[in-house]
Design a protein around this ligand. Structure first.
Ligand code: PGA
Length: 251
């Protein structure tokens, strides 16, 4: 019922030339025989090149951005607006990634403004939430993650919310090689779905896709995808190697 959604978060990697080379190679091997939705999220400077290869080679790959500002235009030096992304065929926008929270002080309040701006502009957010190792060891991870979810979705409309993707990314599993066990990941994804049902409705909760992220690789993707509440993955490191990303998609 929920179509699997696998997205590659390239973070601060790949020039526009490397992006073209990657997508040409990837597109050739991938051959559009995918059973799931696929997106790549290159840095802003490579979006235009990614768009060109995707269009020219007719690839069934969606484009995502890694961040966005909530204002439409104006004196916001260094920021990127929704219109700028739409002009490049961007469909998804990653918001609230733990690296943005940690290094750029993004708060749930700011992320909430961005979520609303993404919807106002008919884009689709991939909203990242997840706990630190300290929080998990203290046993407060559910309370914390559900708190992030609630604050980031504050006054988001019911009609919009079905188009959100939630990425549950425990911070201690990102880029560390440590994955949450598939049971732990699924437990949290179920708790997220239950909260969405409470905030909206069970129909909405059944429609929303929830990804797991944090050291997803070819060797652990099948086990994660066998879990009932995990609908896909947000892949960092392994999405930078065409063969690994392909193996993940063909799990
Ligand atoms: P990772 O990153 O797959 O390299 O752990 C995931 C992410 O940060 O989205």
């Amino acid at each position: 019922m929920r179509k699997v959604f696998i997205a590659g978060n390239w973070k601060m990697n790949m020039t526009h030339l490397e992006t073209m080379k990657f997508l040409e190679e990837f597109g050739f091997k991938f051959g559009n025989k995918n059973k799931c939705d696929i997106a790549v999220c290159p840095p802003f400077t490579a979006l235009r090149s990614a768009m060109t290869v995707i269009n020219d080679d007719n690839l069934e790959i969606k484009l995502g951005a890694q961040n966005m500002y909530f204002e439409t235009k104006g004196a916001f030096t260094g920021e990127i607006s929704p219109d700028m992304l739409k002009a490049l065929n961007v469909e998804y926008v990653i918001l609230g990634h733990s690296e943005r929270r940690q290094y750029f002080n993004e708060t749930d309040k700011l992320i909430n403004k961005k979520v609303k701006a993404v919807f106002e502009n008919k884009l689709k957010p991939i909203l990242c939430i997840g706990e630190t190792i300290d929080i998990r060891e203290s046993g407060r991870e559910k309370e914390f993650v559900i708190g992030q979810l609630t604050d980031c979705l504050d006054s988001v409309d019911r009609e919009d919310i079905v188009n959100i993707t939630i990425a549950y990314e425990p911070i201690w599993a990102i880029g560390t090689g440590k994955t949450a066990t598939s049971e732990d990941a699924n437990n949290m994804c179920s708790a997220i779905r239950a909260k969405i049902a409470e905030l909206y409705s069970s129909d909405v909760a059944n429609a929303v896709r929830i990804q797991y992220g944090g050291s997803v690789k070819p060797s652990n993707i099948s086990e994660l995808m066998n879990m009932p509440d995990i609908d896909g993955a947000l892949v960092g490191g392994a999405s930078l190697k065409a063969d690994d990303f392909l193996a993940i998609i063909n799990y």
